[in-house]
Design a protein around this ligand. Structure first.
Ligand SMILES: NC(=O)c1ccc[n+]([C@@H]2O[C@H](COP(=O)([O-])OP(=O)(O)OC[C@H]3O[C@@H](n4cnc5c(N)ncnc54)[C@H](O)[C@@H]3O)[C@@H](O)[C@H]2O)c1
Length: 374
């Protein structure tokens, strides 16, 4: 296997998750490349200490420019607050490295467009993180949609729910402040997850009406005081898209205040002849609708049918760390020109398209009207 040296900028929640996916790469069978975590940069020295457990990670620095100056690094993954995306992504490209970006790919639409311009000018290989479509159930739904198995599509629902903001004692962090998370709030935080598959299928909304709700206006700041929280926490986007020449309702849901939900990504496509439902709350279960003389919702246990084969037995159930690894396999194999017919990561153009949806949603909320997208 060819080794690809990876540098991570931002060793927080997602930086560590990615590092652990590389550490378990031996689980993958049909890949020709292997990521080697060689360097990590984070402002916080205590955060860097965790990376002591990865022997290959010999460069640990509080200055990301030192990581970018390391000639051994091939690919840089950046997982920092949204207000830093544009600067750091452009610095990675200017350093001549390939980039695996985090969503939302810039703090707002103008920022995402500037990043896209920088990507095109650099000629580097760039994709954006969105792992949920790599669940086998999501892949099956995608294949059914591409195969036209639903007849005339009647409606589509795509969303991501969690409930961690229901607890008012949870301390504030950068995701609860518009200056660092973005004016879009939950749209910037969870929106890409809801957009990835509809955009990949060519189901971009043409116009939408948005209902946005804020969460608690202040939270403990973790230092004995209170911090202002001003972001949108829940978003319902009621949109129209065009599928096979017909206008179809597409609802996108992104919620940080969804009672009972932990990290539930879901997709539902309903048509005249068939339908499909998948949620990561039931990670190996696929519901398929069939219409005959009678009508059925059939429940299937899919098991471990991931896009890239692994040593894991087919009857076992996949989880978040598995699909993070699948997403990295897709990124690295596409970079090598070996993705084939498999599903690829979010492209820079799709990331800009998602920001066009978020910008329209903010405008719709402000004007309480239906707004054209893009
Ligand atoms: N794909 C997913 O499922 C998923 C899930 C959560 C977060 N994210 C995204 O990942 C990104 C990071 O989110 P997170 O939850 O990991 O945040 P986090 O707060 O846990 O980690 C961010 C890290 O960046 C570091 N940092 C900040 N400024 C820096 C700088 N100038 N140089 C180096 N390090 C710096 C911080 O010290 C912190 O350790 C965001 O874009 C977020 O939207 C994606």
């Amino acid at each position: 296997m060819k080794s690809i040296n990876i540098g991570i900028i931002g060793g927080g929640l997602m930086g560590r998750e990615m590092a652990s996916a590389f550490a378990r790469w031996c689980a993958l069978q049909d890949v020709t490349v292997r990521p080697v975590l060689a360097a990590v940069a984070d402002l916080n020295p205590a955060t860097l200490e965790w990376f002591d457990c990865i022997p290959s990670c010999t460069q640990r620095t509080t200055d990301y420019k030192e990581l970018l100056a390391n000639p051994a690094i091939d690919v840089v993954y950046v997982a920092v607050p949204h207000n830093l995306h544009e600067k750091l992504y452009c610095d990675v490209l200017n350093a001549g490295k390939d980039l695996f970006a985090e969503k939302p790919f810039g703090i707002d639409l103008p920022s995402a467009k500037r990043i896209l311009d920088a990507v095109n000018a650099s000629g580097r290989f760039v994709r954006c993180s969105s792992e949920m479509p790599f669940f086998p159930g999501a892949q099956r739904a995608l294949a059914m949609a591409r195969g036209g198995e639903f007849g005339r599509v009647l409606e589509v629902v795509s969303g991501f729910h969690h409930s961690s903001d229901l607890d008012p004692t949870k301390p504030a962090n950068w995701k609860r402040n518009s200056a660092t998370c973005g004016e879009g709030g939950v749209l910037c935080d969870l929106g890409m997850h809801a957009c990835h598959i509809p955009l990949r299928l060519g189901w971009k909304p043409s116009r939408l009406f948005a209902q946005l709700q804020r969460g608690y206006s202040q939270r403990p700041d973790g230092k004995g005081g209170m911090a202002v929280c001003d972001t949108w926490d829940n978003a319902l986007l009621h949109s129209w898209t065009t599928i096979a020449g017909e206008e179809v309702p597409l609802r996108m849901e992104m919620k940080r205040l969804a009672p009972g939900a932990t990290n539930s990504w879901f997709l539902e496509i309903l048509g005249t002849d068939g339908g499909v439902r998948f949620t990561t709350a039931e990670p190996k279960t696929l519901w398929v609708f069939e219409r005959g003389k009678e009508q059925w919702w059939k429940r299937t246990e899919l098991g471990f049918a991931t896009p890239f084969k692994t040593i894991t037995g087919g009857i076992f159930e996949p989880g978040f760390p598995d699909i993070i690894q699948q997403m990295w396999a897709a990124y690295l194999m596409e970079r090598e020109g070996g993705l084939g017919a498999r599903f690829g990561c979010v492209t820079p153009e799709e990331a800009v398209a998602s920001h066009e949806i978020f910008a329209a949603a903010l405008q719709s909320q402000a004007t309480q009207s239906v707004v054209a997208v893009g």
